[in-house]
Design a protein around this ligand. Structure first.
Ligand code: HEM
Length: 187
């Protein structure tokens, strides 16, 4: 039996079928955490690269750093988000009785949608645009004003992503009641 998303040990949980259910749930949670590590690692990597001393020393350095950021968005952050969504939807449907049943989970999912929109529609395109601008820089006398304008936008939406991600983790870990009484879900 599940109460408000928390596993409660019943005799069934000690049977073979119960153990299989527990193992699958554990595996899905593990993959959910792997997705989280990829996504959060990508965000923190972006911040670390931005702080690198001499990051704006010359056009070639700027291009290398921005290429690294765009690459990590494509190979770490977007696949991580994809893994979070697939495992999250699976966990929701299989172990939490579907969508819109438990308030903390709905808040968690709304935060995840905002993160997805911010990453895919705002931050990803800004990063790609910055790389295009950097590739057009002249090696001798380069003007960074267009790049700084884009960096300003990134500086607004980047921290928003970090805050939303920490909020989504906080809601999933502490599972506040949000004025909702615990409701048993029978499976
Ligand atoms: C950026 C997006 C996301 C982050 C950072 C995130 C983070 C987390 C974390 C850290 C937990 C573990 C809490 C714990 O076991 O103590 C968790 C659990 C959970 N998440 Fe997410 N998640 C995200 C997206 C999603 C999405 C899109 C869904 C579903 C549509 C989802 C559904 C769930 C469910 C159902 C659990 C509970 C798992 C269980 O049954 O134990 N998550 N999430």
């Amino acid at each position: 039996m599940l109460v408000d998303g928390a596993a409660v040990d019943t005799p069934a949980a000690t049977t073979r079928e119960g153990r299989t259910v527990k193992t699958l749930r554990g595996l899905l949670r593990l993959l959910h955490f792997v997705g989280l590590a990829m996504f959060l690692g990508g965000i923190l990597g972006h911040i670390a690269l931005e702080q690198l001393p001499g990051a704006e020393a010359d056009a070639a350095t700027i291009v290398v750093l921005l290429s690294a950021q765009v690459h990590s968005t494509r190979v770490l952050m977007m696949p991580g988000l994809f893994l979070l969504i697939v495992t999250g939807v699976w966990l929701t449907v299989r172990y939490h009785g579907g969508f819109l049943r438990v308030r903390w989970l709905t808040v968690h999912q709304v935060l995840a949608v905002l993160i997805l929109l911010n990453t895919a529609l705002i931050l990803g395109p800004i990063g790609t645009h910055m790389l295009e601008v950097a590739l057009a820089l002249r090696p001798d006398a380069f003007d960074l004003s267009a790049l700084h304008e884009l960096a300003r936008q990134e500086l607004t939406f980047g921290p928003i992503n970090l805050i939303l991600t920490i909020a989504a983790i906080g809601v999933a870990v502490f599972r506040p009641a949000f004025a909702q009484r615990a409701r048993p879900i029978h499976k």
